[in-house]
Design a protein around this ligand. Structure first.
Ligand SMILES: *Cc1c(COP(=O)(O)O)cnc(C)c1O
Length: 366
């Protein structure tokens, strides 16, 4: 038995931060400036510096970030965007929102990230106008091969970093590895607000300016819309102040998440369960995901012990009821199989070693 209330108990996360969060909220209330003010400006500078990008433009959500990154790159009706189908539909939604069409690459059977070889096969066989690379579960994709193949064809690359805040390889962080990157600050993300939020980071001044216009009605100046496809999508001052209070703690939280993942990897020993690989700084353990062909039975076993778990994600994008009629010809056997096998165990910084050990014991006893 565990006393976990949910797969991610956010009350444990915010309780120790009450003084800092109250202070941040009070600062905004005292100032009386609620949209596009000094907290947003400061957060954008601090988060760009953290990611090693020249610019950060904050937005209302991660999904908006994906859509606006696509629009800034000129994606719209008649264009095609390459992505994967096992990453929760977010990229697909954003692609459709621009009027473009998604095309899906297969994933690597061990890492569950985009397979660069399949990506290259698609790039060689048809016109692709942009690529979205999701650092799924907090693990950085193989950007070297991806960028190599994409640059050969002149196709821009977008990172989806919504699960990978702070992940790094050879000192370079998620958000600085491609042309433009998208983040979500949904409360359960590695860096989460107390509501919705998102951002893009980029080192291109032109893309940053395009996003700044798109987030505010397409305005180039007040009441002058110079760019079509504008939205109202702004991070508010309260959420920016909250994120500023939390950003200095992100690396500590990520290290703890990574330790929990390692503890699971060392402890779980079961012939019917595959654990993910053990990784260093390139993995920030947003989600700890195991695989088993008998997922339903394992879920029931864990439920009986009050151990919360979840599935990220159960349905491939191309098989979602709202869109499946458009993708009747799509055959991606690894993606399809993986969606039937993945199971997410609790993994958040405030989870105790004793709780992890209890979960491991229950799993090994299955
Ligand atoms: C959460 C998430 C998003 C969407 O972010 P929202 O802020 O919820 O719109 C996009 N991509 C991935 C991989 C995510 O995990």
């Amino acid at each position: 038995m565990t006393t976990l209330k949910a797969i991610n108990d956010l009350s444990r996360h915010t309780e120790p931060l009450r003084a800092e969060l109250d202070g941040a909220i009070k600062r905004v209330l005292d100032r009386g400036w609620f949209v596009l003010g000094p907290e947003v400006t400061a957060f954008e500078q601090e988060f760009a510096a953290y990611c090693g990008a020249s610019h950060c433009v904050s937005l209302a959500s991660g999904t908006d970030a994906l859509e606006m990154a696509l629009r800034a790159l000129g994606i719209g009706p008649g264009k095609t965007v390459l992505t994967v189908a096992n990453a929760g539909l977010y990229s697909t939604i954003a692609i459709f929102a621009t009027g473009a069409t998604p095309v899906y690459a297969e994933i690597l059977p061990d890492k569950l990230l985009i397979d660069p070889t399949d990506m290259k096969r698609i790039l060689d066989s048809r016109k692709v106008d942009a690529i979205i690379v999701t650092h799924l579960y907090g693990l950085l994709a193989n950007m070297r091969s991806i960028l190599l193949f994409a640059r050969e064809k002149g196709v821009p690359v977008i990172e989806d970093c919504a699960q990978a805040h702070g992940a790094s390889r050879q000192g370079k962080k998620a958000g600085s590895l491609a042309d433009i990157a998208c983040f979500s600050f949904y409360p359960t993300k590695n860096l989460g607000a107390l509501g919705d939020g998102g951002a893009v980071t980029t080192s291109s001044p032109e893309l940053a300016e395009a996003i700044r216009q798109l987030r505010q009605y397409g305005w180039s100046k007040k009441y002058q819309a110079s760019r079509a496809g504008g939205h109202n999508s702004r991070l508010d001052e309260l959420q920016a102040a909250i994120l500023r209070a939390k950003l200095p703690l992100l690396d500590t939280w990520n290290a703890r998440r990574r330790d929990i993942a390692k503890r699971y990897n060392t402890g779980i020993r079961h012939p019917k369960i595959t654990t993910p690989g053990t990784h260093g700084e390139e993995y920030v353990a947003h989600l700890y995901v195991i695989r088993t062909a008998e997922r339903e039975a394992l879920k029931q076993h864990l439920a009986a012990a009050n151990i919360p778990c979840d599935i990220h994600y159960p349905i491939p994008d191309f098989a979602q009821p709202a869109y499946s009629a458009l993708f009747t010809g799509v055959r991606l056997p690894i993606t399809t199989q993986v969606c039937k096998e993945v199971l997410t165990l609790p993994c958040f910084p405030e989870l105790g070693d004793d709780e992890v050990d209890t979960i491991i014991a229950h799993i090994n006893a299955w």
